[in-house]
Design a protein around this ligand. Structure first.
Ligand code: NI
Length: 131
């Protein structure tokens, strides 16, 4: 799996469907790397369920079986994650790997531009909601 700088981004909806080359006219929660997408299937194995998607907000649940991942992506908007259960996720970025403890019901905020893959590091099912 290639890491590092991406020369061409492809906007995708949260289910991994291509929306077109990224640009100011593209409104997407996740922008996957087009070059990576061509070289391998970067859409992860986690199940994404879109609950709300309108002009103002996108709310998506991500549900992981052990070892599932989101796939490498770039956040096209500021976002808030609300863990639905206690657990741990592995965050893979171009700078390396870190683990994050997730607390049920304890939201956290991140700014637009985060690039990573998120991998469940739990023995059982894991889930969070992203807003
Ligand atoms: Ni993310």
């Amino acid at each position: 799996m290639r890491r590092g700088r991406c020369s061409s981004w492809m906007a995708h909806d949260p289910l991994g469907h291509a929306l077109g080359r990224s640009g100011p006219h593209i409104r997407a929660r996740h922008v996957f790397c087009w070059r990576q997408k061509q070289e391998s299937d970067m859409t992860g194995s986690a199940k994404a369920t879109v609950f709300i998607d309108n002009e103002r907000v996108i709310v998506t649940e991500y549900r992981f079986q052990p070892g599932d991942n989101t796939g490498w992506h770039r956040h096209g908007h500021d976002y808030v994650v609300v863990p639905l259960m206690d657990g741990k996720v592995k965050l893979v970025t171009k700078d390396g790997e870190t683990f994050a403890e997730m607390k049920k019901g304890e939201p956290y905020f991140r700014k637009e531009g985060v690039e990573h893959d998120v991998i469940s590091a739990n023995d059982g099912e894991y889930a969070f909601i992203e807003i």
